[in-house]
Ligand binder design. Structure first.
Ligand code: SF4
Length: 452
């Protein structure tokens, strides 16, 4: 975990949320239209698109996402497709399939002549795999799709899986952006929520990342883990400031379906899961933003603050939110290319089996309309806290304030946003609940639908 990698386990039913209590159900918006509308019968369109040559005049940036689905243990709030029981031979088999998949993509007409703008190792826990496995994987990937010229190569880490020598191998692989899944710095909270690491491992790792001079180190936090109090949250924020990362990402705790906590809540007699209500989580998030701002950080999105004067780009996020092409490889991974969304098969056997048979492991797809592409980019870019009307006028020939006028004005009336000559600015009130607002821009047929 994860700067919200797009690899989630499926959600079984639509939840009606009251936006007061933290109920079971997905809130975070990572894509549009919702995944539940993607289907197997659109997969042939993906194959056709991948086999057609790429019109060079398009100049769409290309990225590669690699899903490494292994973790030391499953966090009780985790909804990602991860495995905690695979041995070294099984990991080797998976990484070999991943290499096969990347090689297959590299030979397709839509991709073969293009270079990568960004690479993202997500999970799961990319830092879980051994140095030997990492080196072999990187060598093979680099041969198929070199990333020497990429603007960013990001790598997610669980602090307890890192050693100095592993970080050296990560650095040698050309990683520019490390993201440390810290989540909290209170050991009781880390234990209660099933994290595999404790705070001392975070404090050990950060100096190594400095000594190795990674371009950018991000720390992930979650506001509202089970057991959180004002006192513990203040302490976590202060200790994070002291660690002095280049950027900090703060998410508000959710309870998507298929987490240990959600299953407990939904099981009769399973017992309560005391997650703070949304208002409290927003207060904690707001407190963190204020404190980081005082410590020299500035807001870069609804979730991320970046230290002034340090490298502050986040190519993966910006590419995703501007509809760049991205090949998502690995079990259950999501891709988008040429206006098509597609996802890989979601089981281990199906993934390894498809690649063993020399086929791309595709599972379901969705062909977007121009209107849906516009909505998608607009709602994702709203997460930046401001959007430019000119951008959408130039790219889609649409005045978004006219096309989505009633929704924008309703949100303005509710104090969620303001307008200026460039476009739309979210207020802090809007920024802190942005994922709850975005479905208001959805086409009615996608509202209140199952998300995954
Ligand atoms: S570290 Fe925890 S939250 Fe992150 S992917 Fe693994 S189990 Fe999920």
């Amino acid at each position: 975990m994860s700067e919200r990698s797009e690899v989630a386990a499926p959600e079984p039913a639509t939840a009606k949320k009251d936006w007061k209590h933290t109920d079971v159900g997905s809130v975070f918006v990572s894509n549009y239209p919702p995944y539940s509308f993607w289907s197997e019968d659109r997969v042939p369109e993906v194959i056709e698109m991948l086999n057609a040559s790429y019109p060079a005049s398009l100049e769409t940036p290309l990225g590669l996402y690699l899903h490494i689905p292994f973790c030391r243990k499953r966090c009780k709030f985790c909804y990602f497709r991860v495995y905690t029981d695979k041995n070294s031979a099984e990991i080797q088999a998976y990484l070999s399939a991943l290499g096969d998949e990347v090689e297959m993509y590299s030979e397709l007409p839509r991709i073969s002549e293009r270079s990568l703008k960004f690479v993202y190792f997500g999970g799961g826990t990319p830092s879980y795999i051994s140095v030997r496995h990492l080196k072999a994987l990187v060598e093979r990937l680099q041969r198929a799709m070199p990333w020497d010229e990429a603007e960013e190569v990001a790598f997610e880490c669980e602090p307890g899986t890192l050693s100095q020598s592993k970080l050296e191998a990560v650095k040698e692989a050309g990683i520019t952006r490390l993201s440390l899944g810290v989540e909290n710095l209170n050991d009781d909270i880390l234990r209660e929520n099933g994290r595999a690491h404790l705070s001392k491992e975070v404090f050990a790792v950060v100096p190594w990342t400095r000594a190795l001079e990674f371009e950018q180190v991000n720390v992930d936090l979650i506001a509202g883990m089970v057991g959180e109090t004002w006192e513990s949250w203040r302490s976590t924020v202060q200790k994070t400031v002291d660690l002095d990362p280049d950027s900090v990402t703060v998410y508000q705790m959710e309870l998507p379906f298929n987490t240990v906590y959600s299953k407990r809540i939904l099981t009769e007699g399973g017992g309560p899961v005391p997650v703070a209500d949304w208002e409290t989580k927003r207060e904690w998030h707001h407190y963190a933003i204020e404190w980081f701002t005082q410590a020299g950080y500035e807001i870069s999105s609804a979730y991320t603050v970046v230290k002034k004067g340090r490298p502050n780009k986040f190519v993966y996020r910006d590419a995703l939110w501007r509809s760049s092409d991205m090949i998502g490889t690995g079990v259950a991974s999501f891709s988008h290319m040429g206006g098509l969304h597609f996802q890989n098969v979601t089981s281990w056997d199906a993934y390894i089996g498809a690649l063993g048979a020399g086929q791309l492991p595709l599972n379901r797809a969705f062909a977007t309309t121009r209107q849906e592409r516009l909505t998608r980019e607009m709602i994702l870019q709203l997460k930046l806290g401001k959007i430019s009307t000119d951008y959408f006028q130039e790219k889609f020939g649409v005045d978004i304030l006219e096309a989505y006028g009633p929704t924008y004005h309703r949100l303005q009336d509710d104090g969620m946003l303001t307008f200026d000559k460039n476009g739309v600015n979210l207020t802090r009130k809007g920024l802190l609940r942005v994922d709850q607002l975005l479905p208001e821009f959805y086409d009615p047929k996608y509202r209140n639908a199952r998300y995954t």
